[in-house]
Every structure is written in structure tokens, then in C-alpha cells.
Design a protein around this ligand. Sequence first.
Ligand SMILES: *[C@@H]1O[C@H](CO)[C@@H](O)[C@H](O)[C@H]1NC(C)=O
Ligand SMILES: *[C@@H]1O[C@H](CO)[C@@H](O)[C@H](O)[C@H]1NC(C)=O
Length: 507
Amino acid sequence: MEMASNTTTSSTKKLRVLLVPFFATSHIEPFTHLAIRLAAAGSPSVAVEATVAVTPANVPIVQSLLERHYYGKHHDAAAVNIATYPFPAVDGLPRGVENLGKAAPADSWRIDAAAFSDTLTRPAQEALIREQAPDALVSDVHFVWNVRIADDLGVPCVMFNVIGAFSLLAIRHLTGDDASSSSSSSSDPDAAAAVVVPRFPGPPIRIPRTELPEFLRKKGRVDFMNNTFYPAQAGCFGFAINTYSDLEQQYSDLHMHGGYVKRAYFVGPVSLCPSSSTAGAANSEQQHCIDWLDSKPNRSVVYLCFGSFVPVSDAQLDELALGLEASGESFLWVVRSATWTPPARWEERVRNRGIIVTAWAPQTAILGHPAVGAFVTHCGWNSVLETVAAGVPVLTWPVVFEQFITERLLTEVFGIGVRLWPHGAGLRSTRHAEHELVPAQAVARAVKAFMRPGGPGEAARNRVMDLAAKAHAAMAEGGSSQRDLRRLVDDLLEARGAAGGTKLVQD
Ligand SMILES: *[C@@H]1O[C@H](CO)[C@@H](O)[C@H](O)[C@H]1NC(C)=O
Ligand SMILES: *[C@@H]1O[C@H](CO)[C@@H](O)[C@H](O)[C@H]1NC(C)=O
């Protein structure tokens, strides 16, 4: 660090990176974390300036994360900037609704459709990118046009994936031949009921069709993936994944060497920052969670949270509430529903034993608290990385998207948890209306069994503790993710240098 004073500013190279996440908190947060990481990956000779580009209603998500991260520290917070571009006018979406978690469940597809639309989202995004004229672009995978725009500008474009290597690879291998084609043609009901992920390393992964991501169940989307989505990934400068190589080694290797992308970088967990984990509780409701946990014995509390966008019906929330009550275990439950209220007198009956949090919960601090013994999770990738880093075993309850695929990584490959609703108990589906209600007794039974001393939770904990140590090692100085982050910065610098000449010619 002292060496910096010997370096004159004129010899400091500057790398300006613009990051463009999809319209969902589960994407905006890891993109912001990556921005922080990139800014910190600079050196005395390279100053990295990172800017996160979002639409106006999503600015507070970036801002509050930056505040939480930089609060009370000496970092130069100015290293991460925010730039905005307008959200398009979308039929059926009220003004100001610019985030998957803010849309009514029946309208969330409109946010998705807008994000993939060349006519809706591209123009404003392109105008911002041209105005900012960054040295490098880090784009979400939705915005396939950014590969072309970066090419036009003569700068590299890296696509950053906020889900893990395992699920990405499974989706890729399921696109096309198996998932879509046989569902219409197969007459064997058993074959039609499930698919085995083809050409996949590790144990065979079998998934009922109803648990596949929606787009794999629709022919039109498969064509889009094949003809537009994957070619864009193959054409871009590089592909970064929020994972670490020790976590998903064999699946990461295939991304690296399978010919899918030109360069791969494994830079996660980007949210893992030793100095920010203590700054979890910022207001009184959040402090209340931590105080409450402080009053509980070690590993005695079940933590439940279904993420920032997960449609769970009120009827299902009732069953969950009654199940938690019947389990006899202590619980901290994050509920995000504008309509649900607990069953009559339920709160009195579980007083002292359980609390409900309806606002933003300091998940990192909760998972890091010694009182937490298990995590009932929807298997969203950010939650997976957080529980892995904290060494907390899981009970899985996937709901949408790739979550049922990720569940199999946790239960069948890592063995860091078990399914809350066992195989064969009832129909599960990524389509909300198709998914059967998980009854209260099933919740009670699973939670009780998992928390029992010497039960499946203990074996799972030993394994997740091992992964936790590796996560911290990967993000530490000299660790694999830290090295990949530096390699990314170096490669971007070099690419910018190489593209310098052609840029002038093209304008
Ligand atoms: C998608 O691409 C894969 C691999 O190239 C191919 O096997 C499959 O038939 C394609 N599917 C569709 C629906 O085009
Ligand atoms: C509870 O966990 C903390 C942190 O791991 C530890 O320091 C403490 O000794 C534990 N308490 C008991 C009673 O085991």
C-alpha cells in the first residue's frame, strides 16, 4: 500500500467498468457486490472505477447495499457509482414498477418480457452505454444486444451470471433435445414425467418435468435460447459466474473447457466480505432479530426465508405457520406477503418461540448467528452462497425458475441438506397453480427430524462447514476467486488496449 505513494498519477491506468443487471433484487445485489469487488481489485497502477446502471426505481437497492457495505469504513465509497436509464413503458405494468419483486405475481412475466425485448429495453440501455463510453461492459445475460453494442464500441463485454455453474449447465444441457422435444412426442408416461440431465458430470440428476424452469417447458423459448441466448454467450469476451471453483469444480470445468464461452471467471461468492458481515443490523427491527437470536441456545433456531421474489400462496403460508407451531422448534421467519395474516391466536401460541419479520432482514447476520441451526430455503443462488459461507445446513423448498435444479445440487451432490417435502409426497411444480399444498404435518415432521440431535441435520452441517471454509479461502487474498477477479481486470485492461485503434476507425 505504501508503494502507492511512489507511483505518479500519470502512470496509473484507469479502467471504467459499466455493470448492467436485470430488473430483480437477486440480480442487482450481486452485480453491486461485483462492482465493489472490481473497484477493490485495482492496484497502485490500475484504478478501477465501477458504475452500476439501473432504472430509477431500483436505485435504492444499489444505494442501501453500498451504504451497508461502506458504513463506518475507510474505503473510498466513491469508487462505485450509480447511473440510471429509464424503464420502458410496458403494457399492463403500473408506472414505477421496475422490479420482479414489486410486480403483482400475475404480472411478473411482463418484467421478464420487457428485459428480453430489443424494442423496449435496448434503446435506453444503449443510449446510456454510448453516453458513458466505458472501457468494459459487464452485462446480465438477458441483455444479449450488449455483446453487439460493446463490439461496436470496441470494448469487451463480460456476461455475469448470478446463478451457479451446476444449474446453468443443467439448463443448457436440457435445452433442446430432452426437455422440450420428448414432452410432446413421448407416449411413455414415465419417460414424459421426468428427465435426466444429459451429458452431465457427477451423479445422474433426474428432474420431473413439472419442476423444470418455465421456459424449458415452452417451445418458443427453447428456440430463443438456442438461436440467440447461447450464441450471445459464446460471442462475448468472457463469462463470469458467482461461484468458486472448489464449490462446483466439475461443473465449472465444463464451462471453462466445454467450448461454450471464450473465457470463464469464477469470482464468488461476491457478497462474502468479512468486514461487511458485522454491519448486518442497521435499524431497530433488524436489531430486534439479532437480540432475539442472542436469547436462544446455539443451533436451536430454524430460519425461514423465500427470497425477494417468490410467490407463495396465503393458504400455503397458513400450513407453514401451523407446521412450525406443531414442530415445537424455535423459528425466525421472513414473510413477504401484503395480504397474509397468521391464523387466529397463532401468534399468542408461538410467543417466545417464534418471530416473524416482514421487512428486509439482515440475512447475512442471521445466518452467521450461532443460534441458527437450519435454513429453510427456496434455493435461490444468493441464499445458497450465504448459507454455504455461514456453514448452515438446509431444508429445501424450491418454488420457481432454476430452484428445483439447484435443490439437487444441495441435496444430491453436496449433501448439505434434505428436501423438506420428500420425494413422492405430492406434486411440486414451477407453476404456482400446479404445485400441491405442502401440509402442516409435513412441515412439522421435516423440521423436527432435521433439528434432532444426531439427525440428518448434523451430518449435513459437517459437510457445509467444510464448504464454508473453502468459500472463505477462495475469497481471501491469494484464493481462487480473488485470483480470477484480478485475471478479469487484467484481461479487460489488455482488451481495451488492443481495441484502442479500431475504435477510432469505426466512428
Ligand atoms: C437446440 O440445440 C441443440 C444443440 O445444438 C439441439 O440438439 C436441439 O435440437 C436444439 N433444439 C431446438 C428446439 O432447436
Ligand atoms: C455458542 O456458540 C458460540 C460461537 O460459536 C461459542 O462461542 C459459545 O461457546 C457457544 N455456547 C455454548 C453454550 O456452547
